[in-house]
Design a protein around this ligand. Structure first.
Ligand SMILES: *Cc1c(COP(=O)(O)O)cnc(C)c1O
Length: 365
């Protein structure tokens, strides 16, 4: 951070749309599918659909996936001419809302397929939809036998189904036998539906040649998350979180810090306080293991992460980097999303999608 964080916010979230676009381009090359889509559910993984979707569209992305109808409506405004699929099924009676915004439901049961086919008949227009087959998640979609037995049924065409999809359980774990089983089941499905486009791979699956299909479906890696845990991250960072130091203080050995006095200074220490906390989506579970960079030095969180404040041990930081308003980095540089997730006992996905609404947001392109 070169400029101090703006007055009025606890931190500055910088979202680099040029890196987002470069990541999409890179994933499209790696996935090596005829088309690469972008998953922009959860407000583009916290990065903002309104900015992220048009940036991806400019780069050439033409197909988008969201989870909910409400997200799809936001996406429709952002990318008026895109194909937009809604992953989380198709609630009863929602066909008019999908149709009026030209949205495509991802149908996950024979009831959903029948209802969409009926809507197509009523309107006299066959509008496209996808169908989701559950090859191992046991969460959403028709079972493999159900889907196979539906092949050749006229309802598939009546429902305008143009995309066959499934979702990988464990794509980030190399050589996982479950992935092999899912790939084999998916191959059977593709053989049963030779006229449908097929889509299987998420971000991690894009790096597995066996998961190559007609349409790649990355999410997390677009936003800078590492799709290959245990390997160097091939993606560019998109999100950066910086905060200005509110106060620096010196404490004696035996002093405690934060609620419930859960940290005791083992010797004389310098502490710095930052103006953000769990209400900003910085998990309370980072207590005792989170860290921030001050003057390039990794500084551990001390005491309990509170709602609006975090305390750092900055004893190792050179004096000249410690002043009122001095920058601290919470996400960025060596603290990538996956490290921040690990430091909170969770995954980078949850950090990204939980990023708070109180930060100053700056978009760069
Ligand atoms: C979220 C999601 C994706 C994207 O997954 P990433 O791991 O974020 O790349 C793809 N497909 C489906 C069905 C999803 O729910």
């Amino acid at each position: 951070m070169t400029e101090p964080t703006s007055i009025g916010h606890g931190g500055r979230l910088t979202i680099d749309l040029a890196s987002l676009r470069a990541n999409w381009r890179h994933l499209a090359e790696v996935a090596d599918c005829p088309e690469t889509a972008a998953v922009i559910k959860a407000d583009a993984y916290g990065c903002g659909i309104a900015k992220a979707a048009p940036a991806l569209w400019r780069e050439g992305c033409r197909t988008f996936f969201v989870a909910h109808l409400s997200e799809a409506l936001t996406a429709r405004e952002a990318v008026p001419d895109a194909a937009i699929y809604v992953l989380n099924g198709f609630p009863p009676g929602s066909a008019p809302a999908y149709r009026s915004a030209d949205l495509r439901p991802v149908l996950g049961s024979s009831d959903e397929i029948a209802e969409w086919a009926a809507a197509n008949r009523n309107e006299g227009v066959i509008r496209p939809a996808a169908f989701h087959v559950d090859t191992g998640m046991n969460r959403l979609g028709l079972s493999v036998p159900e889907a196979l037995s539906l092949a050749g049924d006229p309802v598939v065409a009546e429902a305008g189904i143009d995309l066959l999809m499934s979702h990988l359980v464990n794509a980030e774990v190399e050589g996982d036998p479950l992935t092999g089983r899912q790939v084999a089941d998916f191959a059977k499905l593709r053989a049963a539906y030779p006229n449908l486009r097929a889509s299987l791979a998420n971000s991690s699956g894009d790096f597995l040649p066996a998961c190559r299909t007609d349409l790649a479906r990355p999410g997390y890696a677009l936003y800078g998350g590492n799709p290959r845990p245990g390997h160097d991250n091939p993606m560019r960072p998109v999100v950066r979180l910086d905060a200005g130091i509110l106060q620096v203080r010196a404490v004696e050995a035996g002093a405690t810090a934060g609620y419930n006095a859960r940290w005791t200074a083992p010797g004389p220490r310098r502490l710095a306080t930052l103006s953000l906390g769990y209400a900003d989506g910085f998990p309370r579970s980072s207590t005792g293991r989170g860290e921030a960079l001050v003057g390039g030095v990794r500084c551990p969180f001390v005491g309990t992460v509170s709602m609006d404040l975090i305390i750092l041990d900055v004893t190792a930081v050179p004096e000249h980097a410690l002043y009122r308003g001095a920058p601290a980095t919470l996400i960025g540089d060596r603290l990538d999303l996956d490290t921040v997730g690990r430091n909170a006992g969770t995954i980078g996905y949850e950090i990204l999608t939980g990023l708070g609404r109180r930060y100053e947001r700056v978009y760069r392109d």
